[in-house]
Design a protein around this ligand. Structure first.
Ligand SMILES: C[S@@+](CC[C@H](N)C(=O)[O-])C[C@H]1O[C@@H](n2cnc3c(N)ncnc32)[C@H](O)[C@@H]1O
Length: 475
């Protein structure tokens, strides 16, 4: 419990429902002031119809609804029922993976508002119709798809977000390139419900295996047990049989951004105030999803995207389509580079590490940060973008770091916003499973920066997943 704890269950139920009611009223006044409406769960998602979420106060109000509604559910339901229901969540994850691989979202878009019978939906892949019906019913019961009459399904808002925008015919003609050129949301689902779900099944084995339980080696993980490999997850993704997974992962990084806040990389840092032609080095920049966003909004900046060689090939395709001409003019350069080797760029205005440090244990993280410090000029700035973790209780340890203060949270919500913040804690476990990596608190990150010769000068907390920023300068 947050603040002065009450131990009356009824009082807790009432307090939580009133947080929800207040948040709904706040959304109502924001949307009425703009003559708008809040998007309905029962209409398909479009970027335009999601606009209300960007109105002032709406993001915070929806986070409070999510945190309070989940806590209300946990308070109201019988404890053993909740524990079992949580354990069974894996079925939902698996079902979402099946529906995505079965191209149901694309088939339903083609079917239009009247929906489609599962016998027709099953034709969008080589899947048994009766089994698919059960998979879709579990999802519909959890508000993903709608079953409008027995065995007939339509889109709702959440299911429509899974649509790659491609025709079923095109996907079936080339299943391995299903995610190419898409927003990447289905790619995120594919990555999580394939490699990550399988890996998650081995976390318990890894944490109790006497050989690797205490190891922080990136190749002694649940992932290594799940896929019976000695390769790191990155090396494994680059094997020829995983080529489609590597491409999907690159797009998933973009999809993760789309699914949260597409413009989050622009917030909290003065990209606009960097000098004309200042050089931003996107270290481990993947296919360049962050660089292109910064480039599209800051015509005065130049960029180098560094990553492992196979990834820079995918980056060439993506960057060309998003910022035409930038590769040809040299405004954006692609550079195969291992970030454990000496950093070749010595005149960077900014080294950007977005969702990199969380992939690595402390020792390797310090090595990456140290090689950037060695190449930094006195005025080089380091921007580390990751989740900035908080304890699930009050904590004063991060006071004194500009930007670190957490917003006030109404009691009895948890100080870290509970379920609304839960994806970051899931990401932390995912980093553990795949890499022995970690999402870190500000204090943990500051400690790594100090060891590598950097000085933490501030942070920007973002409500979006994996989008908070820490700023450092050479110490
Ligand atoms: C989680 S992704 C983040 C990608 C990108 N920064 C973004 O936010 O979209 C991690 C990236 O690190 C890259 N990577 C892994 N090991 C690397 C290494 N030794 N040197 C350079 N890049 C590496 C991966 O290929 C991948 O693109």
């Amino acid at each position: 419990m947050n603040g002065s704890a009450t131990h009356s269950g009824l009082a807790e139920l009432k307090a939580l429902s009133s947080i929800i009611q207040d948040a709904v009223k706040s959304i109502e006044s924001s949307v009425i002031a703009q003559n708008a409406d809040f998007p309905s769960l029962h209409t398909p998602m479009t970027p335009e119809s999601e606009a209300a979420r960007k109105l002032p106060g709406v993001e915070q109000a929806t986070a409070q609804i999510v945190a309070a509604a989940y806590q209300l559910m946990q308070s109201a339901r019988a404890p053993a029922s909740t524990a079992v229901a949580v354990a069974l969540q894996y079925t939902l994850c698996a079902a979402l993976g099946v529906a995505t691989t079965a191209n149901v979202a694309e088939a339903l878009t083609e079917a239009g508002p009247k929906g489609a019978h599962v016998n027709d939906l099953a034709k969008a892949s080589n899947i048994d119709a009766a089994k698919l019906a059960r998979v879709l019913r579990l999802l519909a019961t959890n508000h993903i798809f709608t079953e409008i009459s027995p065995d007939v399904f339509t889109h709702n808002r959440i299911s429509s977000s899974l649509d790659t925008g491609k025709s079923v015919k095109d996907i079936l003609a080339s299943p391995k390139s299903k995610h190419d050129g898409t927003t990447g949301i289905a790619a995120v689902i594919g990555h999580v419900t394939d490699e990550a779900l399988k890996t998650g099944g081995y976390l318990e084995d890894a944490l109790f295996d006497p050989k690797i339980a205490k190891s922080y080696d990136p190749t002694e993980t649940a992932f290594n047990l799940a896929f019976n490999t000695k390769l790191s997850a990155w090396q494994w993704l680059e094997t020829p049989e995983n080529a489609h997974r590597l491409t999907r992962f690159g797009l998933a990084m973009r999809g993760a951004r789309q699914a949260t806040s597409p413009d989050a990389i622009l917030d909290g840092f003065g990209w606009k105030s960097l000098a004309q032609d200042a050089l931003v080095v996107d270290v481990g920049g993947g296919i360049g999803s962050q660089t292109v966003k910064i480039a599209q909004n800051n015509a005065h900046l130049r960029f180098v995207i560094q990553d492992r060689e196979p990834v820079t090939k995918d980056a060439a395709v993506f960057v060309s389509s998003e910022v035409p001409g930038a590769l040809e003019s040299g405004r954006i350069k692609l550079q195969p580079h291992d970030f454990f080797a000496a950093q070749p760029v010595k005149n960077a205005a900014v080294f950007l590490l977005r969702n990199i440090i969380h992939d690595w244990p402390d020792k390797e993280s310090v090595q990456i940060l140290r090689s950037l410090r060695d190449a930094a000029a006195p005025e080089t700035q380091l921007v580390v973008v990751d989740n900035l973790m908080s304890y699930a209780c009050e904590d004063k340890a991060e006071e004194g770091v500009p930007g670190a203060q957490l917003p006030a949270v109404p009691s009895p919500l948890l100080p870290n916003m509970g379920h609304a913040a839960s994806p970051a804690y899931s990401a932390d476990i995912q980093m553990l499973e795949f890499f022995n990596g970690q999402e870190r608190t500000i204090s943990q990150l500051r400690e790594l920066l100090v060891q590598a010769g950097w000085k933490l000068v501030g942070v920007h907390r973002s409500p979006a997943m994996g989008a908070s920023k820490a700023f450092a300068v050479p110490a």
